[in-house]
Design a protein around this ligand. Structure first.
Ligand SMILES: *Cc1c(COP(=O)(O)O)cnc(C)c1O
Length: 388
């Protein structure tokens, strides 16, 4: 017998706060409870059929059965550049400013390895996607929390970051439209971030996974649309949410070519790129007619309205989501986020995600995902009403 011990970097990981909720969910399901699961950030709608058909065709081509290039097929990177031009009027050189990713999570998790030395600071928004602090810790970096609070529109307040932290910071993660708060950012905010990055030499990594999941025709801006952005950073993107392709594992990073090259260097040593058939199907996806995307948006908008109006009717303070498929909802007083989540699960068979699981500043909120049909969302509201 050998003594198997986890490395220190695994031991420093923050506790996985969703583990207890997962267990309670499994218990509820095994008891046969009719659970309305609003905890999953994964589209319940299938990938549009024209994309699936492109995949079927591509998979039969033996050229795609071999190793892909780690940076992505040039035709895929060109399709990304064309999409950026059309959607954001941003010009990108597909050869140097676009990199394929095995889902954007992969790139987000790996980027600190390219630019963060042990002891360097990484600025991470909280509540936020857990991969930002975890990727930082794996690189030996020190996450510095930027709290996202309602009073500041769920944007970080750069003025509150101490000078010595800014001087030690190498990288900053931002994410708009935001998971979990459903907030959006303006061009003005990105300008502020770029000025800060220039002053302190900080690389900005903007996660734009939800840029196409918006409401009321208010299109989110891209970080790269803003003047000076390409000098200081990159944008992460994903086909996962836009085209209901979470299982396919494909995304991309775009922007500053030195940052792209640094990330590429890590990747070329760790992975061998994205299955080319998936890239072929993704080229077709990126050319999707906007009418298909507006149909998908309409589905989510109906769900958002049902949940928002339902919760308001119960006197619950819910913010109207501007984008993403989440609702970031205040828990009633007398509860904290974990207690309220447990209460709804046990008494109402409705499952959300406790805000504190996204970081301490998420305490006092619960996240509901709009990944159930309108009728189920309405039923969830009825059930919540009975247990308030
Ligand atoms: C879903 C999500 C992603 C996308 O992940 P993929 O790896 O591309 O599927 C990235 N960032 C955030 C904040 C997300 O919620």
């Amino acid at each position: 017998m050998i003594n198997i011990r986890l490395a220190d970097r695994v031991k420093t990981l923050p506790p996985y706060l969703f583990a207890t909720i997962d267990k309670m969910k499994q218990d509820a399901l095994s008891k046969g409870i009719d659970l309305i699961d609003l905890s999953i950030g994964d589209p319940d709608i299938p990938t549009p059929s024209h994309i699936v058909n492109a995949m079927k065709k591509a998979v039969e081509n033996p050229a795609h059965h071999r190793y892909p290039s780690y940076e992505g097929m040039l035709s895929y990177r060109q399709a990304v550049a064309d999409w950026y031009k059309k959607r954001f009027n941003v010009s990108l050189d597909p050869k140097t400013e676009v990199l394929s990713l095995i889902g954007s999570k992969e790139g987000i998790g790996h980027i600190p390895l390219a630019f963060v030395n042990p002891g360097d600071v990484v600025l991470v928004p909280s509540p936020g996607y857990p991969v930002y602090p975890v990727g930082t810790l794996f690189a030996g970096g020190e996450p510095h929390i930027m709290p996202l609070v309602e009073g500041n529109g769920f944007l970080p307040d750069f003025k509150t970051i101490p000078e010595d932290i800014l001087k030690r910071a190498k990288l900053m993660f931002l994410n708009y439209p935001n998971n979990p708060t459903a907030a959006n950012a303006s061009e003005g905010f990105f300008k502020e971030a770029i000025a800060l990055a220039e002053k302190y030499n900080i690389i900005i990594c903007h996660d734009a996974a939800y840029s196409e999941m918006y409401y009321d025709n208010e299109k989110p801006v891209s970080f790269l649309e803003v003047e000076g952005a390409k000098d200081v950073g990159i944008e992460f993107h994903s086909l996962s949410k836009t085209y209901n392709m979470t299982g396919w594992r494909i995304g991309f990073a775009v922007g500053n070519k030195e940052v792209i090259a640094g990330l590429g260097k890590i990747k070329s040593n760790l992975d061998s790129g994205v299955f080319q058939a998936v890239q072929e199907a993704s080229i077709v996806a990126l050319q999707t007619d906007d009418s298909i995307l507006s149909d998908i948006r309409k589905v989510y908008q109906d769900r958002r309205d049902a949940l928002y109006e339902g919760l308001r009717g119960l006197g619950i303070q819910a913010n109207k989501p501007k984008a993403t498929f989440y609702s970031w909802t205040k828990v009633p007083k007398d509860f904290d986020s974990t207690k309220f989540t447990t209460h709804l699960l046990e008494k109402a068979g409705v499952l959300g995600t406790p805000g504190v699981g996204f970081g301490a500043p998420g305490e006092g909120y619960i996240r509901f995902a709009l990944t159930q049909p309108v009728e189920r969302i309405k039923e969830a509201v009825e059930r919540i009403k009975k247990v308030l």
